[in-house]
Design a binder for this molecule. Sequence first.
Ligand SMILES: CC(C)(COP(=O)(O)OP(=O)(O)OC[C@H]1O[C@@H](n2cnc3c(N)ncnc32)[C@H](O)[C@@H]1OP(=O)(O)O)[C@@H](O)C(=O)NCCC(=O)NCCS
Length: 299
Amino acid sequence: MVKYRAMADEFASMREEVARLCAARGEPPPPTFRLPIEFHRPGEVAVVCRVAGEAAAASLTSVRGPFATCRFLYVLEAHRSEGLPRTLVGRTLGLVRSAAPKLPVLATFEWLRGEPPPGIASALEQAGFVRRDQAVLWRRLAAPFPERAPPPGYVLKPLADEHIEQAAQVMLAAPEPGAFAWTLDTCRVALERAAEPETPRFPAGRAQGLFAADGTLAAFAAADATGFVQLVFAHPAHRGRGLASAALGAVLRALREEGREETGISVVASNEAAATLYSSLGFEERRRYAQFFLEGPFS
Ligand SMILES: CC(C)(COP(=O)(O)OP(=O)(O)OC[C@H]1O[C@@H](n2cnc3c(N)ncnc32)[C@H](O)[C@@H]1OP(=O)(O)O)[C@@H](O)C(=O)NCCC(=O)NCCS
């Protein structure tokens, strides 16, 4: 009989149990076990499925703003063909729904290393999740990069707090191919996440915009406080003129001036325009990971 409990408190002890059971069965522990995970933050949804009293499957999902991100999902190998993956996915989504009845609009399950086990991948697909792969690219900031001046008619400026709403509008008009359908709300949340909590929201030139002659924001790039580039967008009416390249180049310079050695960026692997742009600025792919996403609203 399968029982599940939804208590973040229980997750830590379950984690140890799963590690012990993996060792007893000669299975490697799930790679995510080595990642630091905080268990007691508000908005964490933890699910533990037990078979005959023993932990056999577990998930941990954070629900913040309009997004739910499952950061850990594991089913012991011996139970992968018993319908347990489906139970786990179903219970997890059920709890995400009750944790945030109106939102989230998006739930993602990620495998940061390796392929998801087949039973789990098919359970996610049966629940309506769509797979896409993300590529993670890096570049050393000491290595030279092309200095691209803004094209005529455009002005390059660091993004100030009052430009954030315009930046959300650029994102809304320029969805990333292969990504989920964005709303103005999810664009704002993505910007909020990349920004500092207090003003100035993008200090030290970490976000740069290209403005047209009438003051409209045409393209921008933004890195977060860790120096990871989070957002690169050009409005469709202004593409192919080197704007994204100029904005990202300016962000890279700002990161280098801050004393950082490296920067990274994560992109949907099938996004050829972005991949070409990043490789033209010296980014190299370091790894890929699988992501399954489901668009809401779920209520
Ligand atoms: C990707 C994107 C930001 C490029 O903006 P852009 O201002 O048109 O890009 P640039 O003009 O600066 O292009 C610089 C280089 O990128 C490459 N590139 C840009 N668009 C491309 C396309 N459609 N196909 C292939 N390569 C492309 C080219 O190598 C180009 O160099 P070139 O001008 O010497 O040919 C824009 O298409 C966009 O906003 N897409 C949707 C959002 C997105 O996918 N963002 C990235 C992930 S967050």
